[in-house]
Ligand binder design. Structure first.
Ligand code: UDP
Ligand code: MG
Length: 200
């Protein structure tokens, strides 16, 4: 591997997402093929699904060795599943993404570019929530308003778990001993040189 080659780990938690596994593969594989100079691993964490998610993920990993599977012994919830995936990621950078690809994977090349230009954290921010149900828009806005009034640590609004983190950030995150993890809070808490990219 040359010095220029970087490795990137994509980490996705799966809970009863059997019907989404093929869509997830297609959405990512076409993208990964288009990014020369980056070696990818895609860590798929099955969070105790009761449908055929695990079987489909194992079949996927057999077809494409970039995809790897972690099986949790029961349903632990998204935050724990994500933590397990991040703990096993080996990349120079790690990108958490939801299995339903609600966050656009097309942002990944832009995130990688910002990282290569020196960012340690690259946030992907939704600049438009108008497609969300009004109720969801309202509750999301309240959440950030109340949280950011109560806490000295401000959470960036309209930013989810979808982000790129350099290895230095991931190692800082792994050194935290919290057992009940709210990843968005911990991601913000560790800090580091951050760049924000907007998407619709
Ligand atoms: N998820 C998980 N464990 C759970 C619930 C959800 O791993 O107990 C995963 C789910 O498969 C998806 C991500 O977490 O990849 C986000 O879940 P969901 O799409 O239900 O959340 P929302 O879109 O409402 O944030
Ligand atoms: Mg979702």
């Amino acid at each position: 591997m040359s010095d220029l080659t970087k490795t990137v780990s994509i980490v996705a938690p799966f809970f009863n997402e059997g019907e989404n596994v093929d869509h997830f593969q297609r959405g990512l594989a076409s993208l990964l093929d288009r990014l020369p100079g980056i070696v990818f691993e895609v860590i798929c964490v099955d969070d105790g699904s009761s449908d055929d998610t695990l079987a489909r993920l194992i079949a996927l990993a057999r077809r494409d060795s970039r995809f790897k599977v972690i099986e949790l012994s029961r349903n632990f919830g998204k935050e724990a599943a994500l933590t397990a995936g991040i703990d096993h990621a080996t990349g120079d950078a790690v990108i958490p993404i939801d299995a339903d690809l609600q966050d656009p994977p097309d942002m990944i090349p832009h995130m990688i570019e910002a990282w290569r230009n020196g960012a340690e954290v690259v946030l992907a921010r939704r600049s438009d929530r108008s497609v969300d149900p009004v109720m969801k828009q309202q509750t999301a806005a309240w959440f950030y308003r109340i949280h950011n009034r109560l806490s000295t640590l401000k959470l960036p609004e309209n930013v989810g778990d979808f982000r790129l983190m350099d290895r230095i950030v991931v190692d800082a995150l792994k050194s935290l001993t919290e057992q009940q993890r709210f990843m968005k809070g911990l991601f913000a808490w560790v800090g580091f040189k951050t760049v924000t990219l907007d998407y619709q």
